[in-house]
Design a protein around this ligand. Structure first.
Ligand SMILES: *Cc1c(COP(=O)(O)O)cnc(C)c1O
Length: 240
């Protein structure tokens, strides 16, 4: 049986992630950390999510609250999907997100105000564990991008850990400037430094905090720099 283009794309990406992860392990002398592939299905129909699911993909990323709610609540959506929210989040949409039992992570917390709103929304719902969140950092300092400035990531991380008992700080996330083709990518370097600063402030090992960085164009490079969570859309599902 020949594989569909989507299934082939998934296989290719998984093997590239494995190779890049091995390279990172060899470079650092540590065991390669597990790398999670988030299949970014925004603007794509649920049918494509289901196809990826039949080929073993379980983690999916969405950018728009209403689109995520529609897909997650569709009776056809498999019960073992893990949804990551990766878009800009407004405080008034936190209740709609918190309502989704299979929401596993919100990668885009970029203010104390948003953390508080999400914490409050999640606290109202029965959940087996706190909701995993990441601090989104605007490493490229572009006005148009969401994310907290690098200098404020420690304060926000501490706020989440100390003031938001219904949230669990999982790590840090950046999008970066996709037009900056410099190796090593300065946005990824900046996120690695943010993690070191946050880990030091919290008194934990850096590798207890995840790094979400890398998209279709740069996920291999991101994993070679220590990313543990890559968000890949168009390489899996086709151009949007
Ligand atoms: C759309 C999107 C992605 C996926 O981008 P591709 O280039 O299609 O892989 C990843 N992260 C975020 C935050 C996005 O909005």
């Amino acid at each position: 049986m020949s594989l569909s283009p989507l299934a082939r794309a998934l296989e290719t990406i998984r093997s590239k992630i494995a190779a890049a992860s091995a390279a990172y392990g060899a470079k650092t002398g540590n065991a390669s950390p597990p790398v999670r592939l988030v299949a970014v299905s925004k603007t794509k129909p649920l049918a494509m999510v289901l196809e990826a699911h039949t080929h073993g993909q379980r983690v999916f990323g969405e950018n728009y609250v209403q689109e995520l709610v529609d897909k997650a609540k569709d009776p056809q959506a498999p019960a073992d999907i893990e949804w990551h929210f990766i878009g800009h989040l407004q405080t008034n949409k936190c209740n709609a997100l918190a309502d989704l039992p299979r929401l596993m992570m919100v990668e885009t917390v970029d203010s104390a105000r948003l953390a508080d709103a999400l914490n409050k929304a999640v606290a109202k719902k029965p959940r087996p564990a706190p909701l995993a969140v990441m601090v989104q950092v605007n490493t490229s300092q572009e006005e148009s991008k969401s994310g907290i400035p690098t200098g404020e990531c420690v304060a926000l991380a501490e706020h989440i850990v100390k003031q938001c008992p219904s949230l669990r700080l999982a790590g840090l996330m950046t999008i970066g400037d996709p037009d900056r083709h410099v190796v090593p990518n300065p946005d990824f370097e900046a996120l690695v430094q943010c993690r070191a600063a946050v880990a030091a402030a919290l008194g934990v090992d850096a590798d207890t905090l995840e790094l979400s960085m890398g998209m279709s164009g740069d996920f291999e490079h991101a994993v070679e720099m220590g990313s543990t969570n890559v968000r890949v859309g168009s390489s899996i599902f086709g151009a949007r």
